[in-house]
Ligand binder design. Structure first.
Ligand SMILES: [Zn+2]
Ligand SMILES: [Zn+2]
Length: 353
């Protein structure tokens, strides 16, 4: 299995980020991620896709966009678009039409920060996803690092604290988003979960304090989407891009919070009569299925079926569960970090039918 660490959803000066594409590439090389997907607001920026290299390291930069209706008040329903190969912002006024157009163009769409509460102290409004009648999107952004920040800054002082100690922010995806995801999965839809950084490298001024808060490099060491590719990255931009987008479209990926400990190497598989499948795939329940998770280091592991925990293992490296019951099965792993139990790994589901 070929695993690529993907950091996705970030902004440059083409929208409201403070950096440029080469800053992102430099930060990605330092942090050691394999792929970054840049998504400026309502613009598909041309000319930056490709490999960026430094000594013996390289990172693949892909360009998508984050589309929303700027005429709408409030400006909700942000959609991440990857691989559509053309400007999609023109369809922003109707989320379902936008999703359909992306699909027709061969692209992927993810509902960005489904729950994104207001942060009054910073004049940030609620920009959650609102139109839940939509269908046929690829998935949702289960864990968005910036939305989570908005939940922990009731005052400017809290903001200043986290600006200097950003590692204390990430805890887990917003609980409502997890509930919503499980509801969507239980309704029979396939919904791929990804984790996004929403990195802006914001330039913060507060009295005498002037600081770039949450620099790109910091984000690239925190919440990543780990994609399981059908072949190795070869250095050819077109074919590597295809490998990445195919893995994300199929849900062959998991969300890993890489700061407490690297999540690389996590696997969730199922073995049945007809062979073995991985997260994102379907398998028949007939004659029983063995679900198996393997972790790169010890953690608490929860197995969920249709949104409910059915088994927990403490301080383990692996676990197995045998079932004949159809359902949507997924794994959550937790670790203690900076004095708190924090979400570490969120797998995509295996659909036992
Ligand atoms: Zn957004
Ligand atoms: Zn964004």
């Amino acid at each position: 299995m070929h695993e690529a660490i993907v950091n996705l959803h970030m902004h440059t000066r083409y929208s409201d980020g403070s950096g440029v594409h080469k800053d992102i590439a430099a930060a990605a090389l330092k942090a050691g991620v394999d792929v970054v997907i840049v998504t400026d607001h309502n613009i598909l920026v041309d000319g930056f896709e490709g490999y960026y290299k430094e000594k013996n390291k390289k990172v693949l930069m892909l360009i998508g966009e984050e589309v929303h209706d700027q005429a709408r008040d409030p400006q909700k329903n942000h959609l991440l678009v990857f691989g559509a190969n053309r400007e999609m912002a023109t369809y922003a006024d109707n989320p379902q039409n936008l999703i359909n157009q992306v699909r027709e163009a061969g692209g992927l769409s993810f509902l960005a920060h489904p729950d994104d509460p207001e942060a009054k102290a910073f004049n940030e409004t609620d920009i959650s996803w609102e139109d839940w009648s939509v269908r046929n999107y690829t998935g949702i952004e289960l864990w968005n690092a910036l939305s989570e920040l908005k939940t922990v800054v009731p005052t400017k002082l809290h903001g200043a604290f986290y600006a200097f100690f950003p590692a204390f922010v990430a805890n887990q995806p917003i609980p409502n988003t997890l509930i919503k995801w499980d509801e969507l999965l239980s309704s029979g839809q396939k919904v791929v979960a990804i984790g996004g950084s929403d990195a802006h490298a914001l330039d913060m001024h507060m009295g005498p304090i002037h600081r770039i808060i949450f620099p790109y490099e910091f984000h690239f060491r925190t919440v990543n989407t780990h994609a399981l590719l059908s072949g190795p990255l070869t250095g050819d931009v077109a074919s590597d891009r295809n490998l990445i987008y195919k893995a994300l479209a199929a849900g062959h990926c998991f969300v890993g919070y890489d700061m407490p400990a690297p999540t690389k190497g996590f696997r969730f598989t199922a073995q049945g009569l007809a062979g073995s499948v991985k997260m994102g795939d379907e398998i028949s329940a007939k004659n029983g299925v063995t679900l198996q998770a393997k972790l790169p280091s010890h953690a608490e592991i929860n197995l969920l079926k249709d949104g409910l925990i059915i088994q927990t293992w403490k301080n383990q490296l692996s676990c197995t569960h045998i079932t004949t019951e159809p359902g949507v099965y997924r794994i959550e792993a937790y670790r203690r970090y900076l004095g708190k139990r924090r979400g570490w790994i969120y797998s995509n589901p295996i659909y036992v039918r």
